[in-house]
Design a protein around this ligand. Structure first.
Ligand code: MG
Length: 226
């Protein structure tokens, strides 16, 4: 395992889609152990986001219309509806997000379930800057608080399978299998879906992180390919 990130450190969560950088968000390390690195992404943290036509998402733009050299990124508040805890397990094809209802405080009675983001990921650390790179694989699992599983974006995932920017049919099978392995944990109520962190409340003394600096995040991706 890579050296552990120390609790409280601000690292950069870089999200890639179709091989291109799509978002950079500051994330506070809650803990890092054998289960993975647990990150806190605070609502509207100063972040960077790819600029697309009509403020769309890369999934909706044919890759042959993508700009050479990648999307330009602009400073924005983190475009998530609520603060989020993200567990990045070291050897899994997914990350697990804890979700809370939008528009209010983080409290156990406002827990809204989990989001299983199918992805490849890797950690990086040059001493001054560090982060997690996530290569999104489009298919996701949405999990209700009572552990009912729902696939998300199955049609878009299928439509992208076999395209050069995305994944082969064999890779798609492996991606879905990673989702099924998470689903098995969900339905068994096994860790990390056993109630862990459902009562999490962020420490009110935590500072709002600064916007990630370009000299920190403008570096080659840790992972290549899809
Ligand atoms: Mg996803």
């Amino acid at each position: 395992m890579a050296d552990e990130f120390s609790a409280g450190r601000i690292v950069y969560h870089r999200s890639y889609f179709g091989g291109e950088l799509q978002q950079v968000a500051p994330a506070q390390v809650v803990r890092h152990d054998d289960a993975g690195v647990l990150l806190w992404l605070a609502y509207r943290s100063p972040s960077w986001l790819a600029v697309l036509p009509d403020r769309g998402h890369p999934r909706d733009v044919p890759p042959d219309e993508w700009p050479a050299g990648g999307w330009p990124l602009v400073p924005v508040p983190l475009p998530l509806p609520q603060s989020t805890l993200i567990l990045v397990p070291p050897d899994a094809g997914y990350a697990v997000w804890w979700r809370w209802r939008a528009g209010g405080p983080i409290r156990p009675d406002r827990f809204a379930g989990w989001y299983v983001n199918l992805e490849r990921h890797a950690l990086w650390d040059d001493g001054e800057h560090a982060g997690v790179d996530s290569l999104d694989q489009e298919l996701d699992g949405l999990v209700d608080p009572d552990r009912r599983w729902h696939w998300k974006d199955e049609d878009s995932f299928a439509a992208k399978t076999g395209q050069p920017r995305y994944w082969s049919a064999a890779e798609a099978t492996a991606i879905r299998a990673a989702g099924e392995s998470a689903r098995a944990l969900v339905e068994a109520g096994a860790c990390p879906f056993d109630g862990s962190w459902r009562d999490f409340v962020p420490d009110p003394s935590w500072p709002r992180p600064a916007r990630p600096v370009p000299e920190g995040w403008r570096r080659p991706p840790t992972l290549t390919g899809r």
